[in-house]
Ligand binder design. Structure first.
Ligand code: ZN
Length: 195
């Protein structure tokens, strides 16, 4: 990449908003959703990308999904996604005004955030859905959990960057994740849930 591709101060030209639909599972007890939402909004704003969450940053009964009171497992994710779609299905509308579904829930994984990626073309196993995100409430002081998952969802990629402090570094432990570089902003700006 050219050095300018790594510009951490790049601003997206024109108007664009990252559009999310939020859900909360009933097993989500420690509520840090506003913390991670505010942080994602702030970082995207620094690069001239707006933030539009539906129905809003506050948990609602309508957007709460009842699940057993235990950690969700990968085999539960498709059912969870179906229930999300039943509450708010923006993928069937004629104008394709799609949003990134994010569900705040507790699940069994080594990380506190997880993006379910779309299965590769030509394969038959894996998620048939556009990428969607699971975010735990147990964030251990890491506000960057959601913006990190937004990065995975925008690129339908599990890849991490070795650059400390970048939102796509795999760990916030060594350095707080604060930077988004030009190529990452460009990728976010053209992804399915930004318009
Ligand atoms: Zn990751």
């Amino acid at each position: 990449m050219a050095s300018s591709d790594w510009d951490p101060n790049y601003k997206n030209p024109g108007a664009a908003k990252a559009r999310l639909t939020l859900f909360w599972a009933s097993n989500y007890k420690i509520d840090t959703s506003k913390t991670v939402l505010d942080y994602a909004e702030k970082l995207l704003a620094e690069h001239n990308i707006g933030f539009d969450v539906y129905p809003g940053k506050t948990r609602t009964d309508k957007h709460t999904i009842q699940v057993p009171d235990k950690l969700l497992l990968p085999e539960d994710y498709n059912d969870l996604r179906l229930k999300m779609g039943a509450i708010f299905d923006d993928q069937k509308t004629a104008d394709k005004r799609q949003r990134l579904p994010v569900i705040f829930c507790e699940f069994k994984d080594t990380g506190v955030g997880l993006t379910v990626l779309t299965r590769p073309v030509g394969t038959t196993t894996g998620s048939p859905w556009l990428p969607y995100c699971l975010v735990s409430g147990v964030i251990n002081g890491d506000e960057s959990v959601l913006i990190h998952e937004i990065g995975h969802a925008a690129t339908n990629s599990p890849n991490h960057l070795p650059t400390l402090g970048n939102i796509m570094h795999d760990s916030p432990a060594k350095q707080k994740r604060t930077t988004i570089v030009k190529t990452q902003i460009q990728a976010i700006a053209r992804c399915y849930f930004v318009r």
